[in-house]
Design a protein around this ligand. Structure first.
Ligand code: BTN
Length: 237
């Protein structure tokens, strides 16, 4: 497909292990780009770095979209997807979203959405998005890595889904400079002290992203660039 349009076909399941897993299976057996899988409930929802993603039934958007084929236009997909999520959330509620690199979406320093990309280049990528839409504060597990929040304001799962279909369709193949500009406008880490672990560990001050979407960090030993697949981050100040 020359420009991706998400939402058709649409498979909705009441309960599933993971919408990403189902979308992967469908992508591997030739599902068209644009296909989305959604569910009311996941019993084995996947987060980044092998973590579990859970949400009470019917209160979160659990969404996985197939993008295919992949080419150089999609090199900034990890930044483009959270931008689309921000736009979708802001379209349905009077809130303003920022992004904690690489792709957590925050409302006022609390995580409202997460993104899990799984890809087999150059054939396909599965864009997995979980958005807390109407989860009450006391329904979140106590052991969350980040304080969590919901879109709220009367937003519905269907409303967020439709808005995300629209926003993703616009964002996935946007020229890189537009994606970078959009990300920089919403960069929640800029100027903040962060620490990381994974491929080495360290700390420093976040200084934005480079043209490949890596996070630039000023450390005591000079500036370095962190790749999104390599590290987990914490914000220290
Ligand atoms: C993260 O922040 O760790 C990423 C969370 C991604 C969760 C979504 S929910 C829909 C899709 N299916 C999954 O199993 N995971 C993603």
């Amino acid at each position: 497909m020359t420009s991706a349009r998400f939402g058709l076909p649409h498979r909705h399941l009441r309960i599933i292990d993971s919408t990403n897993e189902r979308a992967r299976e469908l992508a591997e057996t030739g599902a068209p780009g644009g296909l989305i899988v959604t569910a009311d409930e996941q019993v084995a929802g996947r987060g980044r770095h092998g973590r579990v993603w859970s949400a009470p039934r019917g209160k979160a958007l659990l969404y996985s979209a197939v993008l295919r084929p992949l080419d150089e236009r999609h090199s900034l997909l990890p930044l483009a997807v959270p931008l689309a999520v921000c736009e979708a959330v802001e379209a349905v509620a009077g809130v303003s979203c920022r992004i904690k690199w690489p792709n957590d979406v925050w409302i006022e320093e609390r995580k409202v959405a997460g993104v899990l990309l799984e890809a087999r280049p150059p054939d396909w990528a599965v864009i997995g998005v979980g958005v807390n839409v109407a989860i009450a504060a006391d329904e979140f597990p106590d052991d969350l890595r980040w304080p969590a929040t919901s879109v709220g304001g009367g937003a519905t799962v269907k409303g967020v889904r439709d808005a995300l279909n629209d926003a993703l369709s616009g964002h996935v193949a946007r020229p890189p400079d537009q994606t970078l500009d959009g990300f920089r406008d919403r960069d929640a880490l800029l100027g903040r002290e962060i620490g990381w672990a994974g491929a080495g560990e360290g700390s420093g001050v976040a200084r934005g992203v480079d043209e490949r979407g890596n996070l630039l960090v000023e450390t005591a030993d000079g500036e370095l660039a962190l790749g999104s697949g390599e590290v987990t981050l914490e914000v220290r100040a």
